[in-house]
Design a protein around this ligand. Structure first.
Ligand SMILES: Nc1ncnc2c1ncn2[C@@H]1O[C@H](COP(=O)(O)OP(=O)(O)OP(=O)(O)O)[C@@H](O)[C@H]1O
Ligand SMILES: [Mg+2]
Length: 298
């Protein structure tokens, strides 16, 4: 599928995958595609950052290549490694016989393990892939500096093979939960968007898209409750992912409406810290439910 030619087209393209996209997000996605700039998405957990990359890949029919960041991630795990074990076997096999040309063979494509960044620079059927660099805040500064370079020219040099340049830059999406600030230099390369919790109407749309089995009445109660819950002083507020999970739990229990008992029984689907769960025990959940219902009436 060709790249969308407007903000509206971007928004409806994402909608076809079930991703509910605000106008602001559609704008920044459109611009990032149009200008060929990486898109840097920050936001709380479970608000749909990773999902955007998946939705884009599905909608555009491109391959999704994901670099999952973690503490200690280094260039070799991100770009390429030599298949040392296979090289050893080849050396053993050659020990008795012909050793001519062995070295050249050992450092050829056959023994190269492509990690996500190198993979994203290879030609792909259907066009440039989507490169998702997920949870960047989990890596450290040296890796960021390395990434900055890789994102500036989309090429990597492998001493034994030479320089490999992407025929077409990948469509790059970086995400962060902001457990630490990402360096300005890297942000400057990218278009930036803060993915916020959706408002009531958008969260209703998301729920209808992801848990269509839920009745409108139940969905409204779920969304109102979760939205109200997010205003409480919690260690970890529920994301959209939790709203969807909770709806599925309630459906599995054949619930048609919320009740304090049902909430108490299923709180583990929306709150993942014991302190938060304890806070909601007893009358607190009842109070929030009443307030949520009042909000729905008003
Ligand atoms: N706007 C949306 N439209 C449709 N589904 C959504 C939307 N936002 C979130 N979701 C759903 O919520 C779930 C969580 O989304 P996702 O994994 O993208 O969150 P995230 O922001 O990457 O969270 P984390 O920071 O924890 O990785 C997904 O299963 C996705 O289907
Ligand atoms: Mg994610």
């Amino acid at each position: 599928m060709p790249l969308p030619d407007s903000i509206n087209a971007t928004q409806s393209m994402l909608t076809t995958t079930g991703y509910v996209c605000s106008r602001e997000l559609a704008t920044v996605v459109f611009l990032s595609l149009k200008l060929g700039r990486p898109l840097f998405l920050e936001g709380e957990a479970g608000v749909g950052k990773t999902e955007i990359a998946k939705a884009l890949a599905a909608a555009l029919g491109r391959r999704l290549i994901r670099l999952q960041c973690y503490e200690g991630l280094d260039a070799s795990s991100a770009v390429y490694e030599w298949n040392f074990a296979a090289q050893m076997v080849a050396i053993r096999a050659a020990e008795s016989g012909d050793r001519e040309g062995l070295k050249a063979e050992l450092f050829s494509d056959e023994y190269l393990i492509r990690r996500p960044l190198l993979e994203a620079m290879q030609p792909q059927p259907g066009g440039a892939p989507i490169l998702l660099i997920d949870e960047l805040d989990r890596t450290d500064e040296p890796f960021e500096a390395f990434l900055l370079e890789a994102l500036s020219d989309y090429q990597v040099t492998i001493p034994e093979l030479g320089t490999i340049t992407a025929p077409e830059p990948p469509i790059t999406i970086l995400t962060s939960n902001r457990t630490r600030e990402v360096h300005d230099a890297l942000k400057r390369r990218c278009l930036y968007h803060w993915v916020d919790y959706p408002d009531f109407d958008r969260e209703m749309e998301i729920l209808q898209s992801r848990a269509p089995e839920a009745t409108e009445a139940l969905s409204r109660e779920i969304v109102a409750f979760v939205q109200r819950l997010r205003t409480e002083d919690l260690f970890k507020k529920p994301g959209v992912a939790e709203t969807i999970d909770w709806a599925k739990c309630l459906l599995a229990l054949d619930a048609i409406a919320l009740s304090p008992q049902l909430i108490a029984d299923t709180l583990g689907a929306i709150l993942k810290y014991q302190d938060d769960i304890q806070k909601l025990a007893g009358s607190e959940a009842t109070r929030i439910l009443e307030e949520a219902r009042k909000g729905l009436e008003g």
